[in-house]
Design a protein around this ligand. Structure first.
Ligand SMILES: Cc1cc2nc3c(=O)[nH]c(=O)nc-3n(C[C@H](O)[C@H](O)[C@H](O)COP(=O)(O)OP(=O)(O)OC[C@H]3O[C@@H](n4cnc5c(N)ncnc54)[C@H](O)[C@@H]3O)c2cc1C
Length: 575
């Protein structure tokens, strides 16, 4: 089946002649009443690997009492137990239909005060909570909790955009604000004189994505670095503000990331140490010229050369966004389906990969990048990049050019992400195998050095194909490192293919670690396994995380097991 965009246009038909226009890629206190020993949490035999499969028993009488108290605090509508309410908080892509990762209730507070009421009840009864913002972390477990039976604390009702500061270029958002919401607000207030950074998929939360170390593709695409100034509710209900926000009414809260003393905001990313309720996010001034482009590499073996050509251009800021290099299948999956190219059940053979490249004109590797700024500067940077790329035999560079103030409707859909315009088109890649598409991300970090990236991609391809999967990837570049997002795509109704994606990913985590590389993000099922690989000095990093966990959340109520950080009471059950 040819894929179509929202307007019913054929992506394949439109994209192939314009072969460059294809993208792909691929976060006054309640008293702590009783020390919690997690009596209602039981461990079952693990089906999938390293960690025990934990389960919070929702039939426990303590749980029923707690639900009554939560209803009194939030109102019946915001304590949800019905199957339809819980469904969005299952992982739709998980291989096990019995679902290890399912909540027993969803709590939807509307304010910081309501969060604090929830924390009082949770601490009193020893009930674990799993915080999410919009809960759309697809590919990494979606909105599901690590410990089944946990109550999801979903912050989608806290969806106010609190401020857009046009003088200094920042916005302040609550957790329920999605990339679409912020984009719309920027249009209304600033007529898009300020641009934002978006991930390839726009429906997620600005805060949720940032807290999971999410990535965008403008020069502001390292979201963990372009957030500034958080408000966090701790497990005991205390409210802290980071950086300059630690003073009352300090106007530099969202301008200067550090205050006096240690910088603590990063402690609340990929952790279970607090609940983030506000965050500042820096915006990018609309450039005079926006120039997206692609560098296509003809030969599969020239990936290392491309990386080594691009690295100095990124370190010296000639290229100052976050480019992504997709392999041929990464791009093909965006504009077509597998059966258009190959009917076999085995991984697509080399000859077919080459045929796809030849027929579409897309390189075996294609780098999406963009330049932004004053016309003369953009032209000079483009000339420099062109000269460098010409040193790779057969490499081509293609660009499009837009004035920064062009109406956004006139920007080609494939160029929107790098202009900070949110969309959902990328979901089409999950349909590669047809059926009900799903995917699992395996995402190690390597140095941005040709031999490291090439070695990692070869390993990933070999293991993916060994497990009967096509190898699709997008490598997100930073000036000194590369995030290799290996996408396992499947039809979720093909249980065997789906299960094999999880098996391949587990094998890759271990094999990759043997070569010294670790993942930047992980699915719930693999958080323990990934954390296990960070073993320097007999897991000193884990001991530090556990020390912080015990100090900040002694009852262990916040997101137990997230990122492999377990509260004291559950550690003996860790594998
Ligand atoms: C096709 C496809 C393409 C994608 N492309 C990208 C991409 O380009 N870049 C990218 O980064 N991701 C990408 N993703 C992954 C994912 O969809 C996004 O990162 C998405 O924004 C995450 O979901 P969310 O924003 O709803 O976060 P949530 O699910 O709300 O949060 C993510 C995690 O952060 C923690 N958290 C959330 N809110 C809070 C809080 N307030 N306090 C404390 N902890 C909190 C929770 O543990 C939660 O599980 C892609 C996914 C798909 C399917």
């Amino acid at each position: 089946m040819d894929k179509k965009n929202e307007d019913g246009e054929s992506l394949l038909g439109r994209a192939l002649p314009r072969r460059r226009l294809i993208q792909g890629s691929l976060a006054g206190g309640a008293a702590i009443a009783t020390p919690f020993l997690h009596p209602p949490i039981a461990a079952a035999a693990s089906k999938s690997g390293a960690a025990p499969d934990l389960h919070f028993d929702a039939a426990d009488p303590e749980f029923k009492k707690a639900i009554g108290e939560l209803r009194a605090a939030l109102g019946d509508d915001h304590v949800q137990l019905g199957a339809a309410d819980l469904l969005p908080f299952h992982d739709p892509y998980y291989h096990d239909r019995e679902q290890q990762f399912v909540p027993s209730a969803v709590l939807v507070p509307g304010s910081v005060e309501e969060i604090r009421e929830i924390l009082k009840v949770a601490n009193r009864h020893g009930i674990p909570l799993w915080t999410s913002s919009t809960g759309r972390n697809l590919g990494y477990g979606g909105g599901a909790p690590r410990v089944s039976g946990t109550l999801v604390l979903n912050l989608r009702r806290m969806n106010r955009g609190l401020e857009i500061n046009e003088e200094s270029g920042y916005a302040v958002v609550e957790p329920g604000v999605s990339f679409f919401d912020l984009y719309e607000a920027l249009g209304k207030q600033t007529d898009h004189r300020w641009w934002m950074s978006v991930p390839d998929i726009g429906w997620g939360s600005v805060i949720g994505n940032t807290l999971d170390h999410g990535r965008g593709y403008t020069p502001f695409g390292e979201h963990a670095e372009t957030q500034c100034g958080m408000e966090v509710v701790l497990a005991n209900g205390d409210i802290v503000r980071t950086g300059m926000g630690a003073m009352d009414d300090n106007p530099a809260w969202h301008l200067n990331p550090r205050g006096f003393g240690p910088r603590v905001d990063t402690l609340f990313m990929q952790s279970n140490f607090g609940i983030v309720t506000k965050m500042g996010v820096w915006l990018m001034p609309r450039p005079e010229i926006y120039l997206p482009g692609n560098i296509d590499i003809k030969h599969d073996g020239d990936l290392a050369a491309l990386i080594d050509v691009v690295r100095p251009l990124m370190i010296n800021r000639t290229i100052h966004n976050y480019p992504i290099i997709g392999n041929i299948l990464g791009y093909a999956s965006f504009v077509s389906t597998r059966d258009q190219w190959y009917q076999g059940k085995d991984p697509i053979p080399e000859a077919v990969l080459q045929r796809i490249s030849d027929e579409t004109g897309i390189g075996r590797w294609s780098m999406r990048f963009a330049l932004y700024g004053m016309e003369g500067v953009v032209n000079a940077h483009l000339a420099e990049i062109t000269r460098a790329v010409q040193t790779i035999p057969g490499a081509t560079i293609t660009t499009r050019r837009y004035r920064g103030d062009i109406p956004h409707g006139e920007i080609h859909p494939m160029d929107k992400t790098q202009a900070g315009i949110p969309g959902m088109e990328i979901m089409s890649l999950t349909k590669w195998y047809g059926g009900e598409g799903g995917h699992l991300g395996f995402s190690p970090i390597t140095p941005l050095v040709g031999k490291d990236v090439a070695e990692q991609t070869k390993l990933a391809r070999a293991i993916a194909e060994k497990h009967g999967h096509d190898y699709l990837c997008g490598i997100i570049l930073a000036p000194r490192s590369a995030t290799h997002v290996c996408e396992f795509i499947f039809d979720v109704n093909d249980r065997d293919l789906t299960r094999r994606a999880y098996e391949a990913s587990r094998e890759l985590i271990v094999e990759t670690a043997k070569r010294g590389y670790g993942e930047y993000r992980a699915h719930l099922d693999m958080m323990d396994l990934v954390a296990d690989q960070y073993g320097f000095n007999d897991h000193a990093a884990r001991r530090l995380n556990e020390t912080l966990k015990d100090a900040l959340d002694p009852n262990g109520i916040l997101s137990p097991g997230k990122q492999g950080i377990w509260p004291r009471s559950l550690r003996p059950r860790r594998a």
